[in-house]
Every structure is written in C-alpha cells, then in structure tokens.
Write a protein that binds this ligand. Sequence first.
Ligand code: SF4
Ligand code: SF4
Length: 318
Amino acid sequence: MADKLNIIWLQGQACTGCTISLTGGTHPSIVDVLTGFMPHIEGINLVYHSTLMLSWGEEATKVLKDAENGKYDPFVLVVEGSVPDEDNAKSSGGYFCGIGEIDGKMITLNDVLPTLAKRAGAVVAVGTCASFGGIPHGTPNPTGSKGVLEFLGKDYKSALGLPVINISGCPPHGEYMIEALGHLVLTARGVLPVPELDEHNRPKFLYGEKAHETCPRAGHYCEGDYSKEFGDAGCMGLLGCKGPISHCDVPRRGFVEGVGGCPTVGGICIGCTEPEFPDEPFGPFLRKAPASAYTSETIKDVVGKISAVLGRLSPRKI
Ligand code: SF4
Ligand code: SF4
C-alpha cells in the first residue's frame, strides 16, 4: 500500500479548460481530495501543476527534473492537452509546446513526457486533447498533434503495468477526473481492481452509457417530438445533437452541483468525448450526423416506438 502518492500534472497543447472543470467538481471536490477529507484517498500531494502550484519559473521546472530522477516516486502522471510533433517545429527553428526553462534552455512537453511516463505508476490523459488529440488535432492539424497514448505507443505500460487511461471530454466533467484518479489511488493501495476500460481506454464506469441514454429529452425522441429551433422543449436531434453517438452521462449528472449538462439545458451534444471530435461525424456541430452513425440508435428507436404503441393498445392492469 502506497501511503503517500504524488501527482504531477503536465499541460501540453491545452486551453486549461480541464483544470477549470476539475475545480468545479464537488462530489468529491479536488479540495476534499488534497486536504485528506476522504480517509481512503488521503495522502495525495499535487507536486506539480503549472496553473495551480505556487512555485514558478525555474523553481517549478526543477520539480520535473527531480521527478525524472525519482524524488517524487510514487507518482501518477496526469497530462492535459495534446502532444505536438516538435520535429515539424524544429525544421523552422522553433518549438510548439514549451513548458518551462532551465538555465535559459526551453524544456518542451515532448522532452519530459517519455521519461516521466516511464517512472509513473499510472498515466492519465485528461480531456479529449490529451486522450485523442482533440481540438488541436482537428483538420488540418497544423502542429501534428496527437494524444498521449498515440505518442507513447499502444504497448506502453506504466510502472504499475497499466496502459494510458483516457478521461476524455472537452472538458471532461470535474468529477470524472477526480473519480478516475481516486479509483487509481485505491487500485495502487490494493483496495480496488484496475478499472475496466472500453476500446478507447476510458473507464467503463464513467463512459459506459451514451449521452442520449441519460438525456431528459429522450422521451421526446421516442415520441418523434423534435425541436425546430433552439429553445423548444423537444429532442434536438434535428438541430445536430450527437448524443446518440457520444459516451457520457453528463445530461443526467449535470455539470456543476447537478446543474447544466448540454442537452439538459438546451445545448446540443457535440460529441466532445469521442476520438474523432471535432471532425466528422461530430463536426460541423449543427449538422445532423450522417444516418450511418445513427443506425443502431435508429433501429432501437423504431423498435421502441412499435412497443410503445403496442403497450398503449393492451388493456391496463392496475
Ligand atoms: S436531445 Fe440529443 S441526447 Fe437528448 S434525446 Fe435528443 S438526440 Fe438524444
Ligand atoms: S453531452 Fe455531449 S457535448 Fe456534453 S459533455 Fe457529454 S459528450 Fe460532451
């Protein structure tokens, strides 16, 4: 059992939205975790996070160098943001993603990621950028951006023998990140087994359902009651909602303190948790997804409507 566990949180090609979302998680909150309010996951120390830490400049960058030399073992490496192809940048004499300087020399994300990943007990990619490339990876992908899993290689295993774990979303729900990290802490302490992952390395306990299955407008979908414009109360499938092909329970969970959640509050789902996001079939966001992407949902919908009609025809039993 690891009593103390450090977290090193790197930011690559990111907008810091995942960090903002992290601070919005409330059940539990990141403050609960870091102050040891939850006994089973106490002893967590956030030693490096370029937005939240107090150190700055070379003093902060030195933490990464010390981590490469084992000072912060055992640690979980969290990556927010995608990883660029620095060879592309070198050809024009620059770099895409500097994360700090030591002795006046720029350190890039690509410099530290392989060495830290080799030492880390687990590597967690938070957000769709770190998971699959996300927005920077969208066509035409000028920086050659990719997700951490693609950068480290599909055969990568952490010091605990785990693959890269993806917590996708743009941003992911704050509690998705905290629940996933909490689960890994309990795995490291021998309390829980390794979380079961889906085909995109996302924990099934978080990504096992589609937004459509958890949407409060799903009854309107089953009735064929579609919104014609934003603000209508119906299903927003014809306005471009990609809930039927996106894995996420945010419409039911809400975004902060149970409030919000894309289709719940009148915004379409844009498929922000999915590997292809923001490209086809999720973009253009306001265009209905191609029929092929919806095939299984369409079949379920037709079967559902037939059984609803048959249900109404049968005599009621009290
Ligand atoms: S609004 Fe979107 S997620 Fe909700 S029922 Fe309609 S298609 Fe599904
Ligand atoms: S409902 Fe859709 S757009 Fe909203 S968080 Fe979930 S996957 Fe992303």
